[in-house]
Design a protein around this ligand. Structure first.
Ligand code: ARG
Length: 479
């Protein structure tokens, strides 16, 4: 018997009483960080192999560690790993099980390592994989947009500014505008990945370790681009989490704006599109309702992703170097951001190709609202009228059309000529929505021929591989 209270914590040596039960639960992270187990195990495999490589542990000890980790991974994958709050987090749960399984060698795994560099490594391995998943879903959504744009390259719809009818555009052109948003999003993620793919291991608690670690060797085993330059920075940096969440917030903002359009367009008032029934739900009281739940939820979920970004920025703002327990609070917002983002991207990638376009409604909406007024002004300019004067003349034509409840194309030639002698019969070709879009025929504009060319370019751009520094070797690192 000893008068020292029993404490079964891996760090319990210097403690004289066991942890308060509430504090134990309050400080534990295993409930949410257990999802890092595949990355924690991958990091431990690489660390053990490195320790053997520099002869800090024997090849036999390394083999024992790898064998034990394998068993733990399989048990966890089957949902049979019994996670314990008393062991605080994913790292100590796994280490303690390893020692229970293989004895002495298990106790050597943590040589030259700390949970501080370990958790930063786990998080980077996890995020690297999630970035690849997000890029794949973005690409799938972009492919759907190009297919839809190609199908509807010549479909005419009203283009809006201030949500007022502005000029006719093609539906394909509109879809390709969202393609560009998502292309920038994907490029941003690929760029973010470069800063994620840096290895903290070897920084240990904060200052490095007295063991002759070969950090380049470990980095290579884990397919990191390089080991982190500075040990203090390695354990305290969470920029990569914030940067990813910032990319995610912007993607959500794009999806939210697109959602808003789909919701408006699917309404009876617009009637531009139909969303397939499988992406909608009904009302429990109003039998006629078909609600666009998927885009509404995506729009709504944008709030929590933006909120997580704010939370993480605030989490970091007061922290001195190096690691602080505050950093444990980075995980839930990051995990929820990843889950939300992947869910929203998946829903959109599935739904977009299935959007049904009501081209008759789109065309009649494009033909109303004097959408070709600018075409008439441009026509006058080509006849030698100064643009400001042309603007004035067309203003009068619109006034006349409003007063007599007609569209511009319905005014007579005589009426138009009374406003300007420069107007001739050929003007009617470009007062139609078809003439209007056909005339905008240059790189980046809305003419059907330009949309088809842009689709071909977009397909080529989607073929370019994401410039990753190699594939994550999570499965293969533990031979
Ligand atoms: N659960 C901790 C976290 O998420 C792991 C690192 C703990 N390090 C420490 N020195 N207490 O940040």
């Amino acid at each position: 018997m000893t008068d020292k209270p029993t404490t079964d914590k891996p760090w319990g040596g210097r403690f004289t009483e066991s942890t308060d039960a509430f504090v134990e639960a309050f400080t534990a992270s295993v409930n949410f960080d257990q999802r890092l187990y595949p990355y924690d195990i991958a990091g431990s495999r690489a660390h053990a192999r490195m320790l053997a490589h520099v002869k800090v542990i024997t090849p036999a000890e390394c083999d024992a560690i790898l064998g034990g980790l394998e068993q733990i991974e399989q048990a966890a994958a089957r949902g049979e790993f019994d996670w314990s709050i008393a062991l605080e987090d994913v790292h100590m749960n796994i280490e303690s099980r390893l020692t229970a399984l293989i004895g002495e060698a298990g106790k050597k795994l943590h040589t030259g390592r700390s949970r501080n560099d370990q958790v930063a490594t786990d998080l980077r391995l996890y995020l690297r994989e999630q970035i690849d998943n997000a890029c794949a879903e973005l690409r799938r959504l972009q492919q759907g947009l190009v297919a839809l744009a190609e199908r509807e390259a010549a479909t005419i719809m009203p283009g809006f500014t201030h949500l007022q009818v502005a000029m006719p555009v093609t539906f394909g052109h509109h879809m390709l505008a969202w393609f560009e948003n998502l292309q920038r999003d994907r490029e941003r993620l690929i760029d973010c990945r470069k800063r994620v793919n840096v290895m903290p291991l070897g920084a240990a608690a904060l200052a490095g370790t007295t063991f002759p670690v070969d950090r380049h060797y470990t980095a290579e085993l884990l397919a990191f681009d390089r080991p982190a330059e500075n040990s203090l920075d390695a354990v305290s940096d969470r920029d990569f989490v914030i940067e990813f969440c910032s990319c995610a917030a912007l993607i959500q903002v794009h999806l939210s704006r697109f959602s808003e359009e789909l919701i408006l367009w699917a309404s009876a008032q617009f009637g531009f599109i139909d969303l397939p029934d499988r992406f909608c739900t009904g009302s429990s009281i109003m039998p006629q309702k078909k609600n666009p739940d998927v885009p509404e939820l995506v729009r709504g979920k944008t709030g929590r992703v933006v909120g997580h970004l704010m939370g993480l920025l605030t989490l970091m703002k007061g922290q001195p170097l190096a690691y602080n327990k505050d950093n444990q609070e980075d995980k839930e917002p990051l995990f929820d951001t990843v889950d939300t983002l992947l869910g929203c991207l998946r829903a959109f990638a599935d739904m977009v190709p299935a959007v049904e376009v009501r081209s008759d409604k789109l065309l009649s909406a494009a033909a109303s609202g004097y959408s070709t007024a600018t075409d008439l002004a441009d026509y006058l300019v080509r006849q030698g009228v100064a643009f400001r004067d042309a603007h004035e003349i067309v203003g009068s034509a619109v006034r006349l059309a409003i007063d007599t409840q007609r569209e511009l194309a319905e005014l007579t030639l005589a009426e138009l000529q009374s406003l300007s002698p420069h107007i001739a019969e050929d003007v009617f070709d470009l007062l139609t929505p078809e003439g209007s879009v056909r005339a905008r025929d240059h790189f980046g504009a809305t003419a059907p021929a330009q949309v088809r060319a842009a689709c071909a370019r977009a397909r080529k751009r989607l073929e370019v591989a994401d410039t990753h520094g190699g594939e994550a070797p999570l499965a293969g690192s533990g031979d």
